[in-house]
Design a protein around this ligand. Structure first.
Ligand SMILES: Nc1ncnc2c1ncn2[C@@H]1O[C@H](COP(=O)(O)OP(=O)(O)O)[C@@H](O)[C@H]1O
Ligand SMILES: [Mg+2]
Length: 295
């Protein structure tokens, strides 16, 4: 049975309870040794520091991006399990250190499978670690769900960094009132977002974000692997890919095809997510459109 089939079998066995997430980390063959990220350009333009963003848990809950209060503890426990192997791979504590293991992407085959839900809950869980900080990056620049929910949609961010390598990356990073958690918004809209996200510059930008502090984990919320080429480009720059599978809804073939877009040297983990079964928009396999107007 293939890795994906095994994950899908677990999916079928998973509980039907909503908001349930089950980690199923699957290691792939050992990746190549870590490369040294290139130094930042000398001619940086430094932007004024942003005031910390307040993380409003009630607003996140109302938006369906945190579990309802009665499931909070259960889901927090599940994310605790999910983060352990990710941290081990990123830091080399309890596992072999993975090349670029501190660069983690939340991915899925299709929209509405719980990537943003997972990114936020995982980021909050990672930020609770004493010796780790987490930079949550809105790399789904078409939907920019994270940027909207944290009220930073109009701020400069990832796209600006990709467009202008003279910008000081760290000045685009927005602190939050949660210790250890900061944000990088999607940034200023541009017609060439796909090209920017798929460019070689993306690799150096993400590497620089991860290199700014030895304790930092960069967590990228991304668009669906089967509908966007930029998501596939992102998969090649990170060290670990967390694939969210919507229990009972994502077609098996879609998961298999999505995983096929992840380079084989990446550490791959699956989260079987009991996502919003009401969400019907845009998840049909083969629906080639992905963008804001379908939000
Ligand atoms: N485990 C979960 N529990 C409750 N609601 C969830 C869960 N996962 C996803 N959802 C809901 O499903 C919808 C799609 O999730 P989202 O994270 O936005 O998907 P994606 O980022 O993959 O497009 C959202 O309305 C979200 O509130
Ligand atoms: Mg999303």
């Amino acid at each position: 049975m293939s890795l994906v089939e095994r994950a899908l079998k677990k999916l079928q066995e998973s509980s039907r309870e909503r908001a349930s997430v089950v980690p199923a980390a699957v290691n792939r063959p050992a990746p190549a040794p870590a490369g040294t990220p290139p130094p930042p350009p000398a001619n940086r333009i430094v932007m004024p520091q942003h005031a910390p963003v307040s993380v409003d848990r009630n607003a996140l809950r109302a938006a369906g991006l945190l579990p309802p209060e009665h499931q909070e503890r259960q889901v927090a426990d599940q994310f605790r399990q999910i983060k352990r192997p990710l941290i081990a791979n990123a830091t080399g504590r309890g596992a072999k250190k993975v090349a670029n293991g501190h660069l983690i992407m939340t991915a899925s085959a299709l929209p509405n499978e719980g990537k943003t839900f997972t990114s936020i809950n995982l980021a909050l869980s990672l930020a609770m670690e004493k010796d780790i900080t987490v930079l949550l990056v809105d790399a789904d620049v078409a939907k920019r769900h994270l940027s909207k929910i944290f009220g930073v949609e109009k701020e400069a961010g990832l796209l600006d960094a990709l467009k202008d390598d003279a910008l000081d990356l760290e000045s685009l990073v927005i602190p939050t009132d949660i210790p250890g958690l900061s944000l990088l918004p999607a940034g200023t809209r541009t017609d060439i977002a796909t090209e920017l996200l798929s460019s070689a510059h993306m690799e150096t930008t993400v590497a620089r974000l991860g290199a700014s502090s030895p304790n930092r984990i960069v967590l990228l919320d991304s668009p669906p692997l089967l509908l966007t080429s930029e998501s596939r480009a992102l998969a090649s720059v990170v060290g670990q890919v967390v694939v969210v599978v919507c229990a009972g809804r994502t077609p098996q073939q879609a998961v298999i095809d999505a995983v096929g877009h992840v380079p084989s040297d990446k550490i791959l983990g699956f989260i079987l997510n009991q996502c919003d079964v009401q969400a019907s928009e845009g998840y049909y396999y083969g629906d080639g459109y992905y963008g804001e107007s379908k939000d």
